[in-house]
Ligand binder design. Structure first.
Ligand SMILES: C[S@@+](CC[C@H](N)C(=O)[O-])C[C@H]1O[C@@H](n2cnc3c(N)ncnc32)[C@H](O)[C@@H]1O
Length: 195
């Protein structure tokens, strides 16, 4: 069985969109230069060491937002399925790891910048996991309760992940990060200081 098939054989979580492929492991696009790939995903992974996504499905749930006051009303969001303690790894952000331009994507995160200046991103616009539904806190809460932070798996693979912040996230609470000012500036027609 190919690794692609293995990735796709995972059961999709409830409320998963039909037009997006569910992947529990990152997928590497040919635009990632081999020498950069060697730094992100060291080849000599110890045999038998699984490269888990850390997709702790029971910790999160995708929900449709039906609150007219929520700025992403009608879209989906990521919610805590149980209490999540502070500074806890919630799940990895899977997607297509790429070295080409994805400036049109609203699901593209920066993962790595190589010494020669190659920017590597993780784009979950066409394939990804639950993490692609994490919304920004702006207009929802006063501050984020989670952060994007990189980590290495036990096998040494670099991943971008969602971690809880300095406080518990209550069961049923929406998991919210900050996309960063530059993310919003790139999509705004407003003057910078209003973002
Ligand atoms: C990575 S996606 C998040 C998941 C998205 N809500 C969905 O259902 O696919 C980013 C998109 O979510 C929406 N979004 C997230 N946070 C938002 C916020 N605070 N205000 C307005 N829109 C937001 C925007 O449409 C943005 O382009």
């Amino acid at each position: 069985m190919s690794s692609q098939k293995t990735r796709q054989s995972q059961t999709k979580p409830p409320h998963w969109p039909l037009d997006v492929c569910y992947i529990s492991e990152p997928c590497y696009h040919p635009s990632v230069p081999l020498e950069v790939l060697a730094q992100i995903k060291p080849r000599l992974v110890a045999p038998g060491v699984p490269s888990h996504t850390g997709a702790k499905r029971s910790a999160v749930i995708i929900q449709r937002i039906s609150d007219p006051t929520h700025p992403a009303n009608g879209q989906r969001g990521l919610f805590a399925a149980k209490k999540i303690p502070p500074r806890t790894h919630i799940l990895d952000y899977t997607g297509e790891v790429h070295g080409d331009d994805r400036s049109e994507s609203d699901y593209d995160l920066s993962l790595f910048r190589s010494q020669d200046g190659t920017n590597i991103g993780v784009d979950a616009s066409h394939m990804g996991n639950e993490a692609r539904f994490v919304n920004d806190y702006r207009g929802v809460k006063a501050r984020p309760n989670a952060v994007f932070q990189e980590r290495r798996t036990e096998g040494g693979e670099l991943r971008m992940s969602v971690w809880s912040g300095s406080e518990n996230i209550r069961k049923g609470e929406e998991i919210l990060v900050s996309y960063g000012k530059s993310w919003w500036q790139a999509r705004s027609t407003e003057p910078e200081e209003q973002i």
